[in-house]
Design a binder for this molecule. Structure first.
Ligand SMILES: [Zn+2]
Length: 67
């Protein structure tokens, strides 16, 4: 009975840090997203629609800064 109970963090995607996510598009990963315009950080879940920046409401895209 091979028991591999070692819990490994599942890495489904390559490191997406630094990737740009546009407002209105699906977030490619869960993590912290930073508004390109004002720098406000917004946590998002993978699959969520990237919202308009809650601070400046002008940024059209976010950069993923942490997964
Ligand atoms: Zn902003």
């Amino acid at each position: 009975m091979a028991e591999e109970a070692q819990e490994r963090p599942r890495k489904l995607s390559p490191n997406l840090r630094g990737t740009r996510a546009k407002v209105g598009k699906v977030a490619p990963a869960s993590g912290l997203f930073r508004c390109e315009k004002c720098g406000t950080e917004v946590p998002l879940k993978k699959g969520a629609i990237v919202p308009l920046c809650p601070h400046c409401k002008k940024g059209l895209s976010f950069i993923i800064i942490a997964e």
